[in-house]
Design a protein around this ligand. Structure first.
Ligand SMILES: [Ca+2]
Length: 336
């Protein structure tokens, strides 16, 4: 069961209900696999929703929170689980405590005298298999009707996977970019020669297209369009594994990384427009597609491929924080 496909992150993907007086064993076990350091694995509540339990990852380590009669407690700790390997998880109750075991060892325990609640963001790019939930036999049902569960890939690697049916959009104001002399540095890594479609695009607050980076697989070329009036340059994508773009107020510096040869650096001519400012005042950055004009952010020319790393100023972008199409996997790519 793949967990990363919800369209509304505050609603569960699948759910089941049970009459707790019928439950024989207060123990649930399942296997779990992810590269995503933050998100919810499992949530349960009573009928009224006044008492609930949540198991999440925060900073890669498990975190449990319980709420009972106005008391909210949270504990986190144990091993990091965001390593892309399958882990056997077991949740059970032991007296007044809830116990979490990971791969057969005690990892975490929560009771009503534990410390305060921590905040986390629920989107989780992970997989669950082989679950036994409180000995329940009631089938799981999709929270959203008409949506099919996406299967998990057999083998995964770190990265963000774009299957060609959507993109991820950030408001530049959410990226904590400071507009300084050093410019805004965006870096992507991956097997660029195997990709097809728009890697990224940027529109300014005035809706003009500032930047588009597009790969055409059939011709093995990478096209970079910058500014308005547009300056277009084309490069061979063969052997390129990393691409770095530094956007200055009036110009663009491009760096193409080839691990076997010398990296190529290309400087675009200075333009009159202040693109740096335009980008940071109400602009949007799209990963995996071309941003359309207007506020509705309709995209096109979607990317097919695995971006192993996407960073802004050296900080990895968390696609779970973007307005993202449900087809994109934020933290995992299939290995074929
Ligand atoms: Ca996440």
């Amino acid at each position: 069961m793949y967990l990363g496909q919800q369209t509304n992150t505050w609603r569960p993907l699948v759910k089941t209900t049970a009459n707790l007086t019928d439950v024989q064993s207060l123990k649930s076990t399942f296997e779990f696999r992810t590269f995503d350091p933050e998100g919810v694995l499992f949530y349960g509540d009573n009928h009224s929703g006044e008492e609930w339990f949540v198991l999440a990852l925060n900073g890669g380590v498990p975190e449990m929170q319980i709420v009972k009669v106005d008391i909210l407690v949270s504990v986190s700790g144990g091993p990091r689980l965001d390593d892309g390997l399958w882990h056997l998880m077991a949740i059970s109750t032991e007296g007044k405590f809830v116990l979490l075991e990971v791969d057969g060892s005690k990892a975490l325990m929560v009771g009503l005298h534990s410390q305060m609640v921590e905040e986390f963001r629920p989107a989780m790019d992970g997989c669950v298999r082989g679950g036994r939930w409180l000995d329940l036999t009631t089938p799981w049902e999709m929270e959203e009707e008409g949506v099919a569960l996406r299967p998990c890939w057999d083998r995964i690697q770190r990265g963000s996977y774009f299957p060609g049916s959507g993109f991820a959009v950030f408001n530049t104001s959410a990226l904590n970019i400071l507009d300084g002399e050093d410019g805004v540095k965006i870096r992507v890594e991956g097997e660029l020669a195997q990709m097809d479609g728009t890697v990224l695009s940027i529109r300014g607050g005035d809706q003009t297209l500032i930047l588009q980076v597009e790969i055409t697989n059939s011709t093995q070329t990478i096209l970079v369009k910058f500014g308005s009036p547009e300056v277009t340059r084309e490069y061979a994508v063969h052997k390129i594994k990393a691409l770095e773009l530094t956007i200055y107020q009036h110009s663009l510096l491009l760096w193409l990384g080839d691990p076997l040869g010398d990296p190529a650096v290309d400087s675009f001519p200075k333009i009159n427009q202040n693109v740096g400012q335009n980008m940071l005042s109400g602009g949007r950055l799209a990963i995996g597609g071309l941003l359309g004009e207007g506020e509705d952010a309709v995209g096109s020319n979607f990317l097919v491929g695995c971006l192993e790393k996407i960073s802004v100023h050296g900080k990895q972008l968390d696609l779970d924080l973007a307005a993202k199409d449900a087809s994109i996997s934020s933290y995992s790519c299939p290995v074929r």
